[in-house]
Design a protein around this ligand. Structure first.
Ligand code: GDD
Length: 338
């Protein structure tokens, strides 16, 4: 039986990856941070199957201990301060967790089980002010947030440990990936939750920031398969995981509201842009500059050819299906609220 250790196990990706590995017969260990109230997050339904270890990405001693307890064959480093906007408010905490945290877990692997395979959650945010369209493994990086900069360190230190110590260490440069389990601070879930609430009369309008930014959105369940595939190869390497499609935030809003049965009419521009519900003329989408970021990533679109060719990876959930699943799930959840 193979053993896996997942940092960030309670998050969206941690939950889908745990399901995948448990299905494959792995013994799954998950790192949890101590909190006053135990919170299993997205793995509540798996809490009797995952073996939890209390540790913290900023405490290398706790990670060495997690490696000793789990004796993991495969380590997936998914733990992060992953919300880009927060990285301007907490730049040092973001650096501690996302940058130093990466070398901490790499050191723990190197010291305890250098023969183990390691996956680092890298990100399309590293492309930031994009130098090439679409972005691929060879595209130069230009991060635009403290988060992107911290993740770039995680990416390079992973490559460096591969080259310095011959560790089987891979980075997946994952473009945005969403799901029914996505946190509500991220734009997609914020939109689908609002569309459901507005449809059911529980919210009047949705306030957003920059609706012109373009993202390449896939489904998390597809993306965790790529993480696993990277560690099943003969040689470690880095891969872009993306759909090669891009849409604006505005397009996401339009489609999500349509799936909730609300047709929108857009007018105005910049901070004065609004969308009204065509059926009743009410304004349901507004711009609030408080959601603008000090520096923006305007356009992301990834080329997954290398992953498709070398790993045989293919995304299965289309953009339309992704939005439908999220909207339907939120309508159900909001409907069940007391
Ligand atoms: N969150 C949020 N809230 N974003 C908004 C809003 C809003 O009200 N209005 C507009 N946006 C825009 C953001 O400015 C950004 O351009 C885009 O919507 C997507 O924002 P997020 O969903 O917060 O995701 P992200 O692209 O910044 O980061 C996500 O993807 C990265 C991969 O590219 C996160 O999952 C990162 O952890 C991940 O690395």
């Amino acid at each position: 039986m193979k053993r896996a250790l997942i940092t960030g196990v309670t998050g969206q990706d941690g939950s889908y990856l745990s399901e995948l590995l448990l299905d494959k017969g792995y013994e799954v260990y998950g790192i949890m941070r101590r909190k006053s109230v135990v919170d299993y997050g997205n793995v509540e339904h798996l809490k009797d199957k995952i073996k939890f270890i209390y540790a913290d990405m900023t405490d290398v001693v706790s990670l060495i201990s997690a490696m000793k307890i789990s004796q993991a064959d495969e380590i997936f480093n998914l733990a992060a301060q992953s919300f880009v906007a927060t990285s301007w408010e907490q730049p040092l905490a973001t650096a501690d967790i996302d940058a130093v945290g990466a070398i901490n877990i790499l050191e723990a692997v190197r010291i305890v089980r250098p023969e183990a395979k390691f996956y680092q959650a890298s990100t399309s945010e590293m492309f930031g002010l994009v130098q090439e369209i679409p972005q691929k493994e060879t595209t130069p990086f230009y991060p635009r947030s403290p988060y992107g900069v911290a993740k770039l360190y995680g990416h390079w230190i992973t490559k460096n440990y591969r080259e310095s110590y011959n560790l089987f260490a891979c980075s997946g440069i994952l473009f945005n990936h969403e799901s029914e389990r996505r946190g509500k601070e991220f734009v997609t879930r914020k939109i689908t939750d609002a569309a459901a609430r507005i449809k059911l009369g529980k919210q009047q309008y949705l306030e957003l920031g920059n609706m012109d930014s373009k993202r390449d959105w896939g489904h998390s369940a597809d993306y965790v398969k790529a993480m696993w595939l990277m560690l099943q190869q003969d040689t470690p390497d880095d891969y872009v995981i993306a759909t090669n499609e891009t849409r604006t935030v505005r397009e996401f809003v339009d489609i999500a509201f349509k799936k909730a049965g609300i047709e929108l009419a857009w007018k105005g521009s910049g901070v004065n842009e609004t969308a009204t519900n065509k059926q009743n003329g009410k304004v349901v989408v507004k711009v609030n500059p408080k959601f603008f970021r000090p520096a923006e990533v305007d356009l992301l679109i990834g080329d997954p050819t290398k992953a498709e060719t070398n790993l045989g990876w293919k995304r299965e959930v289309s953009f339309e299906q992704l939005v439908s699943r999220m909207v339907e799930n939120d309508i159900r959840l909001v409907g069940e609220e007391k």
